[in-house]
Design a protein around this ligand. Structure first.
Ligand code: PMP
Length: 286
């Protein structure tokens, strides 16, 4: 079963889904996107993802031209067209076709694209043993320049940090803000556990407000675990009892080493395991 793409109101095979080279999404990274997942044929947290997409678009003064309901319908139709039950959905909205200048007023209309395909996952052993991360020298985008809350097509900030992770031979890198506070990883939010309390950096540290992050915070509170959003330093990461990352693709993945410091026992901890179980139960029930 192959992927399918919704483009200009029709669902086509991926190789038939073509965009104009004058699209400002390509020329300038002018646009926004979402990464969403479907489990057992049901799109998980679709409303939350579409809300974030529309907020990202609004923030860059991009009128998507489709309502949340219309986007939801198109997304669900595209998932159905693939016949896939568990899949990844990439929703992209670009400024559309313009000229070679960057003025968005020259762009005719936004281009909405919904790609549904298989999800590529971290290997299962990594969930059992935990992963290693390093701190990137690349600082997370400064909020007043380009807010990390906007999930824009400009991912170079994160890609530069990912290149640092690659060079260090680890799957992910921790990104700090300009004040040196821990923000998040290149495509995941970060959580720490210390003495039974769950902490994650606050939005104002300059992070993307992850849908998985919010879900995990709710799950933890339901389980009677105290949840805090303090500013987090690298020292907090090194001395944590447990650490894990959250994201639509990664779900909840344990981190057992950061910058060569072993975190806790060096194996995925009990709260991480408990939250993973709760998360898996939730996605299955939809
Ligand atoms: N931070 C960044 C920078 C991201 O790109 C993502 C999405 N992959 C996340 C965090 C996690 O967000 P979500 O849980 O909504 O997938």
């Amino acid at each position: 079963m192959g992927g399918k793409v919704w483009i200009n109101g029709t669902i086509v095979e991926p190789e038939k889904a073509l965009v104009n080279v004058y699209d400002h999404g390509l020329l300038y990274g002018d646009g926004v996107f979402e990464g969403i997942r479907a489990y057992a044929g049901k799109v998980f947290k679709l409303r939350e993802h579409l809300e974030r997409l529309l907020e990202s678009a609004h923030s860059i003064a991009l009128d998507v031209g489709m309502s949340r309901d219309a986007l939801a319908k198109a997304t669900e139709e595209t998932v159905r067209a693939t016949g896939k039950k568990d899949c990844y959905i990439r929703l992209v909205v670009t400024r559309g076709v313009g000229n070679l200048g960057l003025d968005p007023r020259k762009c005719s209309k936004p281009q909405v694209i919904i790609i549904v395909d298989d999800i590529s996952l971290y290997p299962p052993e990594m969930y059992e043993r935990g992963m290693e991360v390093v701190t990137a020298a690349t600082v997370r985008n400064i909020t007043n320049a380009l807010s990390p809350r906007i999930k824009s097509l400009n991912y170079l900030n994160n890609i530069l940090a990912k290149i640092e992770a690659n060079r260090a031979g680890v799957p992910e890198a921790i990104m700090l803000n300009a004040a040196g506070e821990v923000c998040e990883c290149t495509a995941d939010n970060i959580f720490l556990v210390k003495r039974g309390v769950l902490s994650t950096p606050p939005i104002h540290s300059g992070i993307l407000e992850g849908v998985t992050r919010n879900t995990v915070m709710d799950l933890a509170r339901e389980a009677g675990i105290e949840v805090r959003e303090p500013t987090v330093t690298r020292h907090d990461v090194y001395i944590a009892d447990e650490c894990f990352l959250t994201g639509t693709g990664a779900e909840i993945i344990p981190v057992v080493k950061a910058d060569d410091r072993v975190i806790g026992t060096g194996t995925p901890g009990p709260i991480t395991r408990q939250l993973r179980e709760r998360y898996h139960a939730l996605v299955r029930q939809g």
